[in-house]
Design a protein around this ligand. Structure first.
Ligand SMILES: C[S@@+](CC[C@H](N)C(=O)[O-])C[C@H]1O[C@@H](n2cnc3c(N)ncnc32)[C@H](O)[C@@H]1O
Length: 484
């Protein structure tokens, strides 16, 4: 039930369902009430894909579904990971069984481990879903830089979402196989493979006459030299230059991944909002600090960092940045352990403004929130009492005393309350959601930052809501805190 809806600028008023969680009911009729799902909302298909590699693959089961893979499996049910042919067959079998995809790969190019590549796609889905006011799962176009022979990211992306891709590479052999793999899956109308030269720009938007795209992804060559690559292969007791390790052209670039992603960052400073999200996987944790320092130096405040874990030892990371104002949800932007990486993380987007312990009365909160927010001169404010959520947008800090005093002076000077000229700006400087979560231990009221670049404004709104809830005596035992 919508109690109040105001929209002064006619902007689209669909909900950012994944972040504000307003669409949870449709897929989970017998699950917890929709209003309580604030962290992640996804369709049954997305849920299936998310859980695919949550536990280790069952090779015996996979062998029953793929005879070619069965031929490599030992009686013990184990696979020889030092045998490149066995590793390649595992990749082919997982793509076939889990995604209905077919691929062909050469022996002397990188053979991608499917769970790791799938993790990147899962994170991208969250990143794109939580930075749009449209429903999750919308049609998007992405660019995969250095797609490899497998063309794995475009194949995985198109298998799960209505996404289209531009895929680039500089290696002729990889390009040939990538095109073949697109054809094998009849995806020519959704994936376009483009040849680039090593000194061309990484982002061929102008060359391909493309005005804008939704995201860029890349798994860049991460070794600084061939020696480093061979030393790493030796450590893992893998055959060098095989499908397990990749060829030097794929794995080595001058300066390694920091230089490659630095190049991407410099190009992004020119293209800016023509791409909503620029992202890259990184193979070494040590690459994150210099890259994040570079983002900050360039005043890029809207970024996200995450970690991909496979099995118990292999770790990879990913970094994304955006010039647009839509902020990713907390679990997407803070995908690394905050106690270890605090200084690398972007500003939090979730603030708990009230926590009421179990047993204390909470009934009034759902009515008090619209009483607090309703009178403010927001661009829009929608409160759904039965879902315990509201969403608003503001031009400026209309909740502050200073703003109210200024407003009273303007009215005294003859402006009417409905005068559209009464604010300094028509632009939205902050989009937010207020979410009430009732759990067994306590009830929490959280403010989520959905849109904007000004963290101070978000903090100020948090302070206002927190103070007013206390004034209204909603939770005497409440403790307000930023959540990480
Ligand atoms: C580590 S491999 C990743 C392959 C595939 N995306 C994957 O994840 O398995 C890096 C790829 O980037 C390609 N590459 C290197 N420099 C490039 C550039 N300047 N532009 C486009 N692709 C490039 C390499 O040929 C190689 O295929």
């Amino acid at each position: 039930m919508v109690l109040r809806a105001r929209n002064h600028d006619g902007r689209q008023e669909t909900e950012n369902a994944a972040q504000a969680g307003l669409d949870a009911g449709s897929e989970t009729p017998s699950g917890p009430p929709a209003a309580l799902q604030i962290e992640r909302v996804e369709s049954k298909t997305d849920c299936h894909f998310r859980n695919l590699y949550a536990s280790n693959s069952n090779f015996k089961q996979l062998a029953k579904q793929d005879a070619d893979f069965a031929a490599f499996l030992k009686d013990s049910g184990q696979l020889d990971f030092n045998d490149p042919a066995a590793v390649m067959q595992l990749t082919k079998a997982l793509l076939k069984v889990d995604f209905g995809l077919r691929i062909e790969l050469p022996d002397d190019r990188l053979c991608p481990p499917v769970p790791n590549r799938h993790n990147y796609i899962l994170w991208l889905k969250d990143l794109m879903d939580t930075t749009s006011y449209e429903q999750p799962g919308r049609k998007l176009c992405g660019l995969d830089i250095g797609t490899g022979a497998s063309c794995i990211y475009p194949l995985l992306g198109t298998a799960q979402r209505p996404w289209n891709f531009i895929a680039t590479d500089i290696d002729v052999k990889n390009l040939g196989y990538a095109r073949k793999n697109v054809q094998l899956n009849a995806l020519e109308d959704r994936i376009q493979v483009i040849e680039r030269q090593s000194d061309d720009s990484l982002l061929p938007l102008d060359d391909a006459d493309i005005q804008s795209i939704d995201f860029v992804m890349t798994n860049p060559p991460f070794y600084v030299s061939e020696d480093e690559m061979l030393a790493s292969a030796n450590e893992k007791e893998r055959p060098p230059n095989s499908a397990c390790t990749g060829a030097p052209v794929e794995m080595v670039c001058h300066g390694g991944e920091v230089t490659f992603v630095g190049r991407l960052l410099r190009e992004s400073l020119v293209l800016r909002e023509r791409v909503q999200w620029y992202t890259s996987m990184v193979g070494k944790a040590s690459s994150l600090p210099p890259l994040i320092t570079e983002l900050r130096k360039n005043n890029i405040d809207n970024f996200a960092v995450t970690e991909f874990v496979q099995g118990n030892k292999t770790r990879r990371w990913a970094l994304g940045w955006s010039f647009s104002s839509m902020r990713p949800a907390q679990h997407v932007a803070w995908g690394i352990n905050p106690s270890l990486w605090k200084q690398l993380l972007p500003q939090p987007v979730k603030m708990d403004v009230l926590v009421v312990d179990a047993g204390k009365p909470v009934g009034g909160i759902l009515n008090k929130i619209p009483e607090i927010m309703g009178p403010l001169e927001l661009i829009s404010w929608v409160w759904e009492v039965d879902r315990a959520k509201g969403r608003g947008r503001a031009r400026e800090n209309v909740w502050s005393r200073a703003w109210r005093r200024k407003r009273l002076r303007e009215i005294a000077d003859g402006e009417t309350a409905d005068d559209p000229m009464h604010t300094d700006s028509e632009e939205c400087r902050i989009g937010f959601a207020i979410v009430v979560k009732m759990a067994i231990q306590n009830t929490t009221v959280s403010l989520l930052w959905l849109e904007g670049h000004d963290y101070g404004l978000f903090e100020s709104l948090g302070g206002f809501v927190q103070g007013r809830l206390r004034d209204l005596n909603c939770g005497k035992a409440a403790v307000a805190k930023k959540s990480g």
